[in-house]
Design a binder for this molecule. Structure first.
Ligand code: SAH
Length: 261
């Protein structure tokens, strides 16, 4: 396995790059790619920047230039449903581009000429990610995020969800907008700006991928409040610990299966 790890925001990527064993940095297309070993996994870490085109460009480069065999996206997202709370974790089972509309030529949300409205993630990566996230919530959360930050963001027993994530080139910060998305896309758990673009690229190139999101806001008028504080003190730590759990878990499963990564 050569794992490409994409983060959308600098704060989320920093810890991973610092944890890399003998990384070397390569510039390509205005992005820095860090190649090295991360908890014994051959990895390439990169900041995609924000939005679908930025993410698609980064995912394509990871595959075509850096030869990654799997892609993992980590980031934050707005809640797509009233039952999802700030601090919860969403592991994508499938992703939809919620701003795609080539109707009436193609059905609403269908990505033209793919025949798909929802792109499924790789089921074994999704399972490994969910297991990693569950281990983090059960064993590491309390020791990782200090009590004051947990109180500020009311992180009271955060939960893990698996299902549909919607991506679009919009920061969703109006209650009516998120409500109409959730009505149009049953099962929508979270809204963000990159995942479904990575999904389309990976689908077209035949690369297994997974998407992990920490809920940073409720996608309503308060969405921008404390956004960066949450990213720094909560989401960056979630991402770091869950990626570590994912890498360690992946290594352990390979060892017990008697194969190498
Ligand atoms: N204020 C930030 C911009 C964040 S853009 C800055 O100045 O850097 C939002 C990022 O978080 C994107 O990567 C997106 O995927 C995710 N995100 C979090 N909440 C979101 C929401 N409510 N709507 C859309 N994207 C959201």
């Amino acid at each position: 396995m050569r794992l490409g790890i994409i983060s959308a925001l600098h704060e989320e990527q920093q810890g991973l790059v610092e944890a890399m064993h003998s990384p070397h940095k390569l510039m390509h297309g205005m992005r820095e790619y860090f190649v090295g070993r991360l908890w014994k996994i051959d990895a390439v870490c990169v900041l995609s920047r924000i939005g679908k085109v930025a993410a698609a460009m980064t995912a394509t480069t990871l595959v075509e230039k850096f030869g990654v065999t799997h892609i993992l996206f980590t980031g934050v997202a707005g809640a797509g449903d009233a039952g999802i709370r700030v601090g919860d974790i969403v592991v994508a089972e499938s992703l939809v581009q919620h701003d795609m509309d080539a109707s009436p030529l193609f059905p609403r949300y269908e990505v033209p000429l793919t025949g798909l409205t929802q792109f499924p993630t790789d089921s074994s990566m999704a399972l490994e990610l969910a297991n990693a996230a569950a281990r983090f919530l059960d064993n590491e959360l309390a020791g990782t995020i200090d009590a004051q930050e947990r109180a500020v963001f009311a992180l009271d027993a955060p939960r893990l969800h698996r299902g549909l994530i919607g991506s679009g080139d919009q920061f969703v910060n109006e209650r009516e907008h998120v409500q109409s998305l959730s009505k149009a896309l049953p099962g929508l758990l979270a809204v963000e700006m990159e995942g479904a673009a990575v999904a389309q690229v990976c689908f077209e190139l035949g690369v297994p991928y997974g998407v992990l999101r920490t809920i940073s806001d409720n996608a309503n008028e308060n969405a921008a409040t404390d956004f960066m504080r949450f990213v720094k003190s909560v989401a960056a730590r979630y991402a770091f610990c869950i990626v570590r759990q994912f890498c360690l878990g992946h290594q352990a499963s390979k060892v017990s299966a008697g194969t190498s990564s």
